[in-house]
Design a binder for this molecule. Sequence first.
Ligand SMILES: *[C@@H]1O[C@H](CO)[C@@H](O)[C@H](O)[C@H]1NC(C)=O
Ligand SMILES: *[C@@H]1O[C@H](CO)[C@@H](O)[C@H](O)[C@H]1NC(C)=O
Length: 187
Amino acid sequence: MQSMLKLELITLCILLVVGATPQPVNLQTIREALRPLVSASSWLNGNGQPVTFSQNQNLLSMRGPWTLQSGDALGVFDTYQQAVVFPSKSARVTQTNSNGTGFAKLNWAKPIAGQSYNLTAITTGGGQLRLSFNLDCSDSTKVINSGALNNGQSFVFTWPASNCWHTLYAISGLNQASTVSASLIKV
Ligand SMILES: *[C@@H]1O[C@H](CO)[C@@H](O)[C@H](O)[C@H]1NC(C)=O
Ligand SMILES: *[C@@H]1O[C@H](CO)[C@@H](O)[C@H](O)[C@H]1NC(C)=O
């Protein structure tokens, strides 16, 4: 008796699933009804609460390419974590990106000379972050240098009118796995 009931329930479930499968004609109706969004005065989240989106987005990417400065192997950029990931090693790894690919290239997101920015290190396992600008190609003493920042430490600086080159450093932790990421936000 009980197994008959089970069988009936299974049949019912199968019928429900098959019945719920959208037919191509329904998709066509939905597609035809779609309209571009022209404007909205506000947005609600999944719980029906109003949300606001910040335009102050992170401007610094950890994607690389990276060049090994010391240590035996480059840490690897992980898209999901937006961080350089280092395995546990007994010698610290320091890697640099001087290729100018770290900063946003989009017009709305490009750093602006004279504007203040807040660089914050987001690291685990003792990883460190550093950013430096060489302001004058013929005078290596003219620099803006964040120094090595530990997790949560930040460095506020004014974006220079010009610079010869800049270098982003990702520095691993020691004897434990570590990650290094950054946030660079307009102040
Ligand atoms: C990045 O810069 C380094 C140092 O100048 C150079 O060796 C390397 O080839 C560059 N990488 C890319 C992908 O341009
Ligand atoms: C910079 O960012 C850190 C970390 O989010 C924050 O604690 C600090 O108040 C910020 N400083 C400025 C001047 O915005």
